[in-house]
Design a protein around this ligand. Structure first.
Ligand SMILES: Nc1ncnc2c1ncn2[C@@H]1O[C@H](COP(=O)(O)OP(=O)(O)OP(=O)(O)O)[C@@H](O)[C@H]1O
Length: 346
């Protein structure tokens, strides 16, 4: 478990991390997100005692890293810049680490097996591919059988098999009741791996939440509904404050454009005294509607209360990437210039 309280790091005038507080709990994978330069690596380095905070504290299992009697048993880390002696074999690299940390030889074979490096364990690490190097880095992190893992961009440059392997490893590790803090710029991968999120920008906490809530909040309450009585349902929903539009749906039996009853152009919004007949008119005979402003659970309850059958009730969620881009837009330090035309910036 990791607890950061008021963590701050300044490099001269530059504030890399400012008053950052969060908790990385056991039993879940926590994604650490932020645009380039947000302060993720600096934060991880402070947690691991590699950088001295200017202010605040970072605790692992209740103690600062430097006060842990057997740090490798508490935390294993893979930081972006890997320090592997290229002339040593994987097994010798792990042996050197094990000897300086009082870890038994048997554990070396276990972690080599665990990360799938058995066939190359006695080959020079300098000749390793990027993926093999990452596996060796993870083997080093796992050596002390730690209760917490910290990984900075572990899937960078890995092939799909390697990415999936790390995903399964981290989820399995968390399922054993251990804590995992992992940073990545690959949002689609993060969405599959993490269940909790810490999002920072310009060194400050933006959100500490679950992936599901983060995506839900960024999506707004947008729900796709299919019902044979969509117009009647629309009336009820508008009365409750929702905005309703006929949703394009190839399966819907919409009359041809211009036919009486099909006027979906203007969304139905909440009005103090809505002319509810207009609601049905605007939805026409559409069976599919998009509802903004009410949660799907509420829509389901209202439909049930009104005796209206629902054939589909689907919250429309944005991707984690879209949610991240929206929420960190103002916290981006380095932005790309908009391409001026074909061939620009390429
Ligand atoms: N040793 C240093 N001296 C001065 N500034 C530094 C130092 N280390 C980091 N910084 C600055 O602190 C800020 C945070 O950097 P950090 O590497 O922690 O961000 P990050 O979120 O890990 O970025 P990335 O996603 O690009 O890896 C950046 O503006 C960086 O330039």
């Amino acid at each position: 478990m990791i607890e950061a309280r008021g963590l701050t790091k300044r490099y001269g005038e530059k504030v890399a991390v400012e008053d950052l507080s969060f908790t990385v709990r056991p039993g879940v994978v926590t994604g650490f997100l932020g645009p380039n330069g947000a302060g993720k690596s600096t934060t991880m380095r402070m947690i691991l005692g590699l950088d001295q905070p200017t202010g605040g504290t970072a605790l692992i299992d209740g103690r600062p890293y430097r006060e842990l009697a057997a740090p490798m048993r508490h935390v294993g880390a893979l930081l972006e810049a890997r320090a592997i002696h290229t002339g040593r074999s994987a097994a010798n690299h792990l042996l050197a680490l094990a000897q300086t940390h009082g870890v038994g030889r048997r554990r070396i074979d276990e972690v080599i097996e665990l990360v799938g490096l058995r066939d190359v364990a006695h080959k020079r690490a300098g000749g390793f591919s990027l993926g093999m190097g990452q596996r060796l880095g993870i083997a080093s992190a796992l050596l002390g059988d730690p209760s917490t893992l910290i990984l900075d961009e572990p899937v960078n440059g890995l092939d799909p098999e390697g990415i999936r392997w790390i995903r399964d490893l981290l989820r399995g590790f968390a399922a054993q009741g251990r804590a995992v803090l992992v940073s990545s710029h690959l949002m689609s991968e993060m969405a599959l791996t993490a269940t909790e999120l810490i999002v920072i920008g310009r060194g400050r906490l933006i959100q500490e939440t679950s992936v599901a809530d983060f995506v839900r909040a960024a999506s707004g309450n947008r729900v796709f509904v299919r019902s044979p009585h969509a117009a009647a349902l629309a009336e009820m929903l508008v009365r409750e404050g929702a905005t309703v539009t006929a949703a394009p749906d190839p399966a819907a039996s919409l009359p041809p454009a211009g036919a009486p009853g099909r006027q979906p152009a203007a969304p139905l919004g909440h009005r103090p005294d809505p002319t509810l007949d207009q609601a049905s008119a605007a939805i026409g005979t559409a069976e599919t509607i998009e509802v903004v402003g009410l949660a799907s659970a509420r829509i389901g309850e209202l439909a049930r209360a009104g005796g209206i059958a629902l054939h589909e009730l689907t919250p429309r969620l944005v991707s984690l990437e879209d949610a991240f881009m929206n929420i960190t837009r103002d916290a981006v330090e380095f932005t790309n210039a908009a391409p001026a035309g074909i061939g620009a910036n390429r």
